[in-house]
Design a protein around this ligand. Sequence first.
Ligand code: TXA
Ligand code: MG
Length: 325
Amino acid sequence: MGYLCHVETIISTDLEFAKKYLSEGQVIAVPTETVYGLAADALNAKAVQNIYAIKQRPSNNPLILHFANFKAVQPYVKNIPEDLELLAIKFSPGPLTFLLEKSNLVPKEITGGLSRVGIRIPSHPLLMKLLESLDFPLAAPSANLYGFVSPTTSMQVKAQLDGKIPMILEGGACEYGLESTIIGMESEKVVIYRLGSIDLDEISICLGYIPEVQNHASHLPLAPGMVKYHYSTHTPLYFLKKMEQPQPKQGYIFLSKIPNDFPKEHSMVLSESGDLKEIARNLYSGLYQMDLRGFDAIHIEAPEGVGLGLTILDRLNRATAKFSQ
Ligand code: TXA
Ligand code: MG
């Protein structure tokens, strides 16, 4: 069985099933506190190849390894620099990914030949339980097809991967709704390679300095999640312009309030209270829902670029880039 055949995709909370599939070298979707992941045994080269094939992702784009705890990580890395350890103590388990020098145990297919490997200890309770029961780490990119919006519910996974994987482990709606923050060290200082669910301010406060953010779309990305077009909808997506007037057949996503002159039935709100955490949690779901409604275009209000707003802006810049040339 594999990506070439059509399989029945079950949605289930059964950890024994999940463990059985993973131990057989199959690829399944699992919940995390950020977004759903497309997981397989990281030490099984064939299983890892299948992740790339199912996701239609270029095979030089490295995968994050997920572990139950840092003790389990140790054999796979050379060392954990002090500043990263500080952040690990504060934020792990949780939505933070550490780029660490890898040991020989990490297969080269995982890192695309790079010397560092992405390591994450997720905090989703069901996934933690699953990881504790396995004697291998899980390699898992977000469970979307390459370039599209990451899924934050099992139904959104099914919408993209139905028939391609045997199981989606049901873990409810993801708590954070945006991918993990990716960090590493350069010249003895922490660098952020992908803004994520732990925001820049939280990291700066913990470190006592503001880390450099190398989050730009690079032609030779260190963290290729940085490719310019990403997190896209099928429907053209644009930032809502100031003073924009509502037009027919257009959808509108607002942060907290629908302005009086916009039609309610073409509009949605991400958080009535304007809470950034709630906006982040609902962002991808909101994009999924609006994408299904057959609008000619979707317009989304931009948040201010502070705290999590910076992460949200980063994702929306990439999601709109394809349509704004
Ligand atoms: O929240 C998350 O991080 C989710 C959940 C499932 O854990 N995972 C996720 O994985 O977002 P993915 O593959 O969709 O995005 C990870 C990004 C990719 O852009 C990848 O290129 C980069 O991290 N990355 C992974 N390992 C790397 C490495 N060793 N060096 C540089 N970049 C790396
Ligand atoms: Mg992804």
